[in-house]
Design a protein around this ligand. Structure first.
Ligand code: C2E
Ligand code: MG
Ligand code: MG
Ligand code: MG
Length: 274
C-alpha cells in the first residue's frame, strides 16, 4: 500500500489513486442508476438431471447491460455492489426477478423446474435477509421448495450460532440451501455436517481435468461419495465435455451444469424440458 511505502511513494501513487477512485465513483453511481433504469438482467443456465438426461433446474446469473460498456459480467458488478451496499437492493431485485420468471414457467406447465439464486456474503449478513426472502416468496407466489439459495463456504466459515440460526430460519420457509463453489473455500466435508444444507455444487476447478487426471477424478469421486453419505445431493459445475459427464454419471452425481449443455442465456432463449 502506498501509505506504507513512505511519503514520496505516496505522492507518486496519488494521481493513479484518484483516477481509480474517480472511475470507481462513476461506476458506482452508474450501478445505482442501473436498477432504476432496468439495465440489470438475469441470464439462466440449465442444471441437467444426469440420469434422466433432462433439465431439472436453472441458475439465475446477473448481468448489467451498460449503455456504453455492453454486457458487464457479475465479476465486475458483485464486488462493487458489495462494497457500496447496493448488493442489498440488487440482491432483492435478483431474487424477485428469478421468482417472477419461475411464475412464467409455472404458467407454461414447467413448475417442476427448480430455480437457484446466488446470495452474496453482505446480503446474507443483512438483518432483514430472511424477512426479505419470505416477502418475495409471498409476493410472487413462488413455491418455496422450488427455490434454492446458493451460499458459499466463506459465508458460513465463522460457523456461529447466529449463522446456523439464519440457515434454519431460511429452511423453515421451505427453501433449499446449496453450497456453491465447493472446494475453493476453507471448509471440509466433516464440518459441513453442522450446517442444514441440501446440496453441494462442486466448483468447476475440480471438474475441469477429471477426464485426464486420475487424481482429480479421485477427488471428485470422494467429494460425491462423502456428500451422499451426509445426505446431500451433488451438482457438478463447469461440465464442458461428454467425457467429464460420463465420469460424473458413473460416480452417481445427480446434476450437471456447464457449457456442454448450455451457456447462461436470456429467459426467452432458455430451452424448457419437453
Ligand atoms: P457461480 O455461481 O459459480 O456461477 C457459475 C459461473 O460459471 C457463471 O459465471 C457461469 O457462466 C460460469 N460457467 C457455467 N458453466 C461453465 C463452463 O462450462 N465453463 C466455464 N468456464 N464457466 C462456466 P458468471 O455468470 O460470470 O458468474 C460468476 C459468479 O458471479 C457466479 O459464480 C456467482 O458467484 C456470481 N454471481 C452471478 N450472479 C449473481 C447474483 O445474482 N448475485 C450474486 N451475489 N452473485 C452472482
Ligand atoms: Mg452459483
Ligand atoms: Mg459456482
Ligand atoms: Mg462462484
Amino acid at each position: 500500500r502506498a501509505k506504507d511505502e513512505g511519503r514520496n511513494a505516496f505522492q507518486l501513487y496519488q494521481p493513479a489513486m484518484n483516477a481509480r477512485s474517480l472511475e470507481h465513483l462513476a461506476l458506482e453511481s452508474a450501478l445505482h442508476r442501473a436498477l432504476a433504469r432496468e439495465e440489470l438482467v438475469l441470464h439462466y443456465q440449465p442444471l441437467v438431471d444426469i440420469r434422466a438426461g433432462r433439465t431439472a433446474a436453472a441458475e439465475a446469473l446477473l448481468r448489467w447491460r451498460h449503455p456504453e460498456l455492453g454486457l458487464v459480467p457479475p465479476a465486475d458488478i458483485i464486488p462493487l455492489a458489495e462494497e457500496t451496499g447496493l448488493i442489498v437492493p440488487i440482491g432483492e431485485w435478483v431474487l424477485r426477478t428469478a421468482c417472477l420468471q419461475h411464475a412464467r414457467w409455472r404458467e407454461g406447465g414447467h413448475g417442476e423446474l427448480r430455480m437457484l439464486v446466488n446470495i452474496s456474503a453482505r446480503q446474507f449478513q443483512d438483518k432483514g435477509f430472511t424477512a426479505m426472502v419470505a416477502r418475495v416468496i409471498a409476493d410472487t407466489g413462488m413455491p418455496a421448495a422450488q427455490l434454492t439459495l446458493e451460499l458459499t463456504e466463506t459465508m458460513l466459515m465463522e460457523g456461529s450460532e447466529r449463522i446456523i440460526g439464519v440457515l434454519e430460519g431460511l429452511r423453515a420457509l421451505g427453501v433449499r440451501l446449496a453450497l456453491d463453489d465447493f472446494g475453493t473455500g476453507y471448509s471440509s466435508l466433516a464440518y459441513l455436517k453442522r450446517f442444514p444444507i441440501d446440496e453441494l455444487k462442486i466448483d468447476r476447478l475440480f471438474i475441469r481435468d477429471i477426464d485426464r487426471n486420475e487424481n482429480d477424478a479421485a477427488i471428485a469421486e470422494a467429494i460425491i461419495k462423502l456428500a451422499h453419505s451426509l445426505g446431500l445431493s451433488v451438482v457438478a459445475e463447469g461440465v464442458e465435455s461428454a467425457a467429464q459427464l460420463a465420469i460424473l454419471a458413473r460416480n452417481g452425481c445427480e446434476l450437471a451444469q456447464g457449457f456442454y449443455f448450455s451457456q447462461p442465456v436470456e429467459a426467452g432463449q432458455f430451452v424448457l424440458p419437453s
